[in-house]
Design a protein around this ligand. Sequence first.
Ligand SMILES: NC(=O)C1=CN([C@@H]2O[C@H](COP(=O)(O)OP(=O)(O)OC[C@H]3O[C@@H](n4cnc5c(N)ncnc54)[C@H](OP(=O)(O)O)[C@@H]3O)[C@@H](O)[C@H]2O)C=CC1
Ligand SMILES: Nc1nc(=O)c2c([nH]1)NC[C@@H]1CN(c3ccc(C(=O)N[C@@H](CCC(=O)O)C(=O)O)cc3)C=[N+]21
Length: 286
Amino acid sequence: MTAKIIDGKEISAKIRKELEQEVSALTEAGIKPGLAVILVGNNQASRTYVTSKQKSCKAIGMKSLLIELPEDVEEQILLNKIAELNSQNDIHGILVQLPLPPHISEEKVIETISPSKDVDGFHPVNIGKMMTGQDTFLPCTPFGVMQMLKHEQIAVAGKHAVIVGRSNIVGKPAGQLLLNENATVTYCHSKTPDLATFTKKADILVAAVGRAKMITADYIKDGAVVIDVGMNRDENGKLCGDVDFEQAAPKAGFITPVPGGVGPMTITMLLYNTVKSAKNVLNNRN
Ligand SMILES: NC(=O)C1=CN([C@@H]2O[C@H](COP(=O)(O)OP(=O)(O)OC[C@H]3O[C@@H](n4cnc5c(N)ncnc54)[C@H](OP(=O)(O)O)[C@@H]3O)[C@@H](O)[C@H]2O)C=CC1
Ligand SMILES: Nc1nc(=O)c2c([nH]1)NC[C@@H]1CN(c3ccc(C(=O)N[C@@H](CCC(=O)O)C(=O)O)cc3)C=[N+]21
């Protein structure tokens, strides 16, 4: 079997086109969707992602505000900035780029963002809503993965999904969204012995580890759907996923590439959530 490649760029383009229409209608109604991104410090990778988020906002007519703070910024200054954005009417989404320097509490930062502007879907209130199946902002990367499955008409109900990684921003919510769609879910992590015995059972395998090409052919069941969330550099400095694409593609049924897979979908769902937030404002006004 040779896998069908799930093209994250193509699916993104389709969704962004629909969003562009909504942005235009909202702007007409006097509510131009606005996203504020806070970048602390000068990490090059973070800067690249942030720039890309900004460009994507502007490309569909949204307002985008970048707030840059120095690496050694006091935690309270950052929290005050968030509070200010919480009360700013032209801002519908607030994203604080992670990771943060060690002297700043990520937990405090996330909990300071108003749940109604938490377009990352990281606030405990929104995570709770996601877990109980209520309407809310879903975390962008797992949400993007679900959109990819939906677009490819891959049935989730009754499938065995295996997630490698259990971070709060990717692994855990990815499993939860698959569970919400009636998959049977197994979580694996760094303390899982004999990882391949679990991953080989997966109908849907989600790799969210952060280790270049660790998922080789012997981790994959024939015909499996392989979703690669990883964003790593290989030995030549080239961008690559957690999955060894060359080995996995001949075995899998579907596979996402890196780059051009989950990454673009993450940004698309961030735009989606920001538009959703602006629509909420419109609906509350009417
Ligand atoms: N495409 C996109 O849009 C995005 C991509 N990413 C990328 O996804 C990857 C994961 O990100 P994130 O979840 O934030 O990373 P974290 O480092 O927070 O989490 C990594 C997870 O992988 C587990 N793990 C580490 N080593 C192993 C191993 N040898 N075997 C099994 N499990 C292991 C860890 O286990 P334990 O909990 O036990 O430590 C942990 O749960 C990274 O490459 C990141 O760059 C992240 C966000 C968005
Ligand atoms: N508060 C917060 N929210 C996040 O959503 C968040 C974050 N912090 N911190 C870092 C991670 C990582 N992340 C990515 C988004 C897009 C691509 C992406 O678009 N990747 C392109 C390639 C980009 C390139 O060429 O470097 C692709 O896969 O095709 C990657 C990674 C969001 N994150």
